[in-house]
Design a protein around this ligand. Structure first.
Ligand SMILES: Cc1cc2nc3c(=O)[nH]c(=O)nc-3n(C[C@H](O)[C@H](O)[C@H](O)COP(=O)(O)OP(=O)(O)OC[C@H]3O[C@@H](n4cnc5c(N)ncnc54)[C@H](O)[C@@H]3O)c2cc1C
Length: 332
């Protein structure tokens, strides 16, 4: 067995767009799994995939794909968790990996309970030492890193949610062969069977680029006073995703899935722009991986300025239109 690799398979839950295209985060997760095991990486796509997706997954390192007919209900965490359980019972892997966004963390927890196994969430790094899988994550608002051993006990496969921004996207290997796409039967638990999806619509938070994977993020803080139009006026020309502080979500200005920080999403964009964000540690712990940080805030003492590369002390209602105008001028 190669050193520092598992010799049992790994199941990866593949998130995909409504068109059935695997997300960049899902492909990155497959390539992370590929580096951890000498056995096969099995991609689980509960809602099915568009025809060319299996080749993309193969290029990222998957050996086969399991698809389940869940009648459009795979967006429900309880249903997706049942799919993970069915895949684990079928494949008997060393570990199952899911993305660590809101839904992924719920899926990981539910699946681990149903499997009677362990769950580690919000993991930033995975490595194999000897034959042990070790998972590291930031704790205490990003001030400490904790590493734990996550091993299958008595055939009980652990489930780990891995932070999408913590893993590098896979660069597809050219010329990979097609891989088998196999149906998976998913018995639904009573909880999952009780859920009926009555409608689905794209939220403001999800209308642009995916927050967890975006290279540019504009964050809406209390100082925007709920002016989503103002936030969009800067985010849209930058092709940026829109994030938010907890206050902005609590106020109902934007969906909870946009929350960045300790109890929200951790992001690692190359450009972060905070609008009316004070920079509380619960928020900034979620932007530790950001590249250039820009802050617009009317309080020169706000902690966000301690970590900002560029800061503007001013009213967002005055500064943002000027930024937008300057951006348009520079772009001709
Ligand atoms: C256990 C726990 C977990 C938490 N998890 C999270 C989390 O995951 N994510 C998160 O974000 N928060 C989280 N919080 C809340 C966090 O502590 C802060 O309360 C929150 O981040 C503050 O949001 P804010 O910056 O939008 O608001 P504020 O702290 O109120 O800051 C708003 C800033 O905007 C400025 N401002 C006001 N008007 C304007 C204007 N017109 N133009 C420019 N600037 C203006 C103000 O001077 C102020 O500096 C958590 C708290 C706890 C206790």
């Amino acid at each position: 067995m190669p050193e520092n690799m598992l010799n049992a398979s790994i199941v990866v839950l593949v998130d995909s767009t409504p068109e059935g295209i695997p997300t960049a985060g899902a492909l990155a997760l497959v390539s992370v799994a590929r580096a951890l095991t000498s056995a096969e990486v099995v991609a689980l796509a509960p809602g099915g995939l568009e025809p060319s997706a299996s080749a993309v997954l193969a290029a990222a390192g998957a050996a086969r794909v399991l698809v389940a007919d869940l009648d459009g209900r795979e967006a429900v965490a309880a249903v997706a968790a049942d799919a993970v359980v069915a895949a684990v019972r079928s494949v008997r892997p060393a570990v199952a990996l899911v993305g660590s966004d809101y839904r992924g963390k719920e899926i990981a927890g539910r699946a681990a309970v149903l499997l009677g196994s362990a769950c580690a969430s919000d993991v930033g790094d995975l490595e194999v030492v000897g034959s042990e899988l070790r998972a590291s994550k930031l704790v205490l608002s990003g001030t400490w890193s904790t590493t734990m051993t996550v091993s299958a006990q008595s055939d009980r496969t652990p489930v780990i949610s891995v932070h999408p921004s913590a893993v590098e996207p896979a660069s597809p290997a050219a010329g990979e062969a097609e891989i088998p796409v196999e149906p998976l039967d998913v018995p639904l638990s009573a909880e999952a069977a009780a859920v009926k999806v009555v409608s689905r619509e794209v939220s403001d938070a999800a209308a642009g680029p995916d927050l967890a994977e975006a290279q540019r993020v504009v964050v809406m803080g209390r100082g925007t006073d709920g002016d989503l139009g103002l936030v969009h006026s800067l985010a849209d020309p930058l092709d940026a995703a829109i994030g938010a502080t907890r206050v902005a979500c609590d106020e109902g200005w934007i969906e909870r899935s946009a929350q960045v920080g300790q109890t929200g999403v951790s992001i690692a964009p190359s450009l972060y722009i905070g609008l009316g964000v004070s920079g509380a540690v619960h928020h900034t712990s979620g932007i530790q991986g950001a590249g250039t940080i820009v802050a617009v805030c009317d309080d020169s003492e706000a902690p966000i300025f301690e970590m900002a590369d560029y800061g503007v002390v001013g009213d967002v209602a005055e500064v943002v239109p000027q930024l937008v105008e300057e951006l348009a001028r520079l772009r001709g």
